[in-house]
Design a protein around this ligand. Structure first.
Ligand code: FAD
Length: 386
């Protein structure tokens, strides 16, 4: 659309959902901009399907997508490196592999999980990616019987910085898997959480529905007791211990460790503080999208791939407007869409600023999640220019 004698140089940090969506949006609206993407590898991890790895419905390799051809098709330079900090208010990106100057910056390098509870090494954390999901599959295969304890935490300094949905999926998926294998009667499943009503951000109807589903599947609960640590054979909580042979835990989230080396404003929970236009507050031409940001909005604003994509589109539009000397106008839609998959069925949860609803478990939603995965990844697997 726009062309310039001296095209601007835009740096995008990360190669996840938000970063790649931002690249697509930037290129769509600015044919000539020089875009450099900085990430450790030119790869997208498709996290939403990790929950299918323990049951063998997906292999890790299916979800680790090489995006180098996509980047080449978008005429994006790839800088392999890990960001370690920023200088000059964001105009210089510092990496383990040299520094990059830019005219505008979009930070989309994802969140970090707080591994501060003592004994956390005894828990497996699926959010860490493909290797963790494969370890869960291996542990399940080796277990003949026993207790599996599963839960998730939050960031005490920013209560919304949590990811509960995938843990419900993992719980129900393991239950379905063990039943399929005809050995569910040899296992006890226990769901633990600090709150009496876990997953409240999904909406009250959803909490009730999820607890009903646990009851229906004979999953025990240990609710309203804050976890205080882990040992090899137990989860320790303020309300007593939960004995366990396998512990699956998703800790609360924070921003990137290097955020403190940027001089940019951070939220209480350690995320880049953004305004409603995904601009890092009080920073010039520095934008943020996805899990590494903290945004104004309702307390249930999710940290999800879907909203990361919406934020990336808004951030990219506002960034280009700023380069053209125009004020920000694009905001992202505030909504939560989640299919809580149970390996063969799914429960649909939807929330926006007006309503919250939950549609009961059915096969269609499981297949919708599979279809969405195929459709989403199709464009990154294609070799042609998009
Ligand atoms: C098991 C699981 C299931 C999920 N299910 C769903 C779901 O069903 N629906 C949904 O909407 N969301 C789901 N999510 C959440 C979703 O995956 C995240 O919200 C989404 O990945 C956030 O996108 P992002 O681009 O902000 O970060 P990420 O996707 O985490 O991408 C971050 C990128 O930054 C790169 N990076 C990291 N550190 C650096 C550094 N120092 N320098 C440069 N680059 C760096 C990483 O390599 C990566 O490329 C799930 C998450 C998990 C873990």
């Amino acid at each position: 659309m726009e062309s310039a004698v001296n095209p601007p140089h835009i740096a995008v940090l990360g190669s996840g959902f938000a970063a790649l969506t931002a690249v697509r949006e930037l290129r769509r609206h600015h044919r000539d901009a020089r875009i450099t993407l900085v990430a450790p590898r030119a790869a997208l991890t498709y996290y939403p399907s990790l929950i299918w790895v323990p049951a063998g419905l997906r292999r890790g390799a299916d979800l680790d997508i090489d995006v180098s051809r996509f980047l080449a098709g978008q005429n994006v330079e790839f800088h392999a490196g890990r960001v370690s900090g920023l200088a000059d208010g964001g105009r210089t990106v510092l990496t383990g592999n040299g520094s990059i100057t830019n005219d505008a910056l979009l930070i989309a390098s994802g969140g970090r999980f707080l591994k501060s509870l003592p004994g956390i090494e005894h828990a497996l954390t699926i959010c860490e990616g493909v290797a963790a999901a494969e370890s869960i599959r291996e542990r399940l295969e080796k277990m003949d019987r026993g207790t599996i304890a599963l839960g998730f935490g939050t960031n005490p300094r920013e209560q919304g910085a949590m990811r509960g949905g995938p843990m419900f999926e993992l719980l129900f998926g393991i239950d379905t898997l063990l039943r399929r294998q005809g050995r569910r009667d040899r296992f006890k499943l226990v769901f633990f959480h600090a709150a009496k009503a876990p997953g409240k951000r999904l909406g009250e109807k959803a909490v009730a529905g999820l607890l009903r589903e646990m009851q229906k599947r004979d999953i025990a609960t240990h609710l309203g007791h804050k976890p205080t640590g882990f040992e090899a054979d137990r989860v320790k909580t303020e309300g007593g211990d939960v004995p366990a042979d396998l512990i699956l835990f998703m800790p609360g989230m924070s921003g990137p460790a290097w955020a403190s080396e940027t001089g940019l404003p951070l939220s209480d929970g350690g995320f880049f503080q953004a305004d409603a236009y995904c601009q890092v507050t009080s920073a010039d031409k520095v934008y943020v999208a996805g899990d590494c940001g903290s945004y104004p909005g309702p307390d249930w604003l999710p940290k999800q791939a879907h909203i990361a994509d919406l934020q990336a589109k808004a951030a990219a539009k506002n960034l280009l407007r700023a380069l053209a000397g125009k004020p920000a106008v694009a905001r992202f839609k505030v909504e939560l869409i989640c299919i809580v998959d149970t390996l063969d069925r799914g429960i649909l949860v939807y929330r926006n600023e007006k309503r919250a609803l939950m549609l009961p478990s059915c096969r269609l939603f499981h297949w919708a999640k599979r279809f969405f995965e195929w459709q989403y990844l199709r464009s990154y697997r294609r070799t042609t220019r998009t």
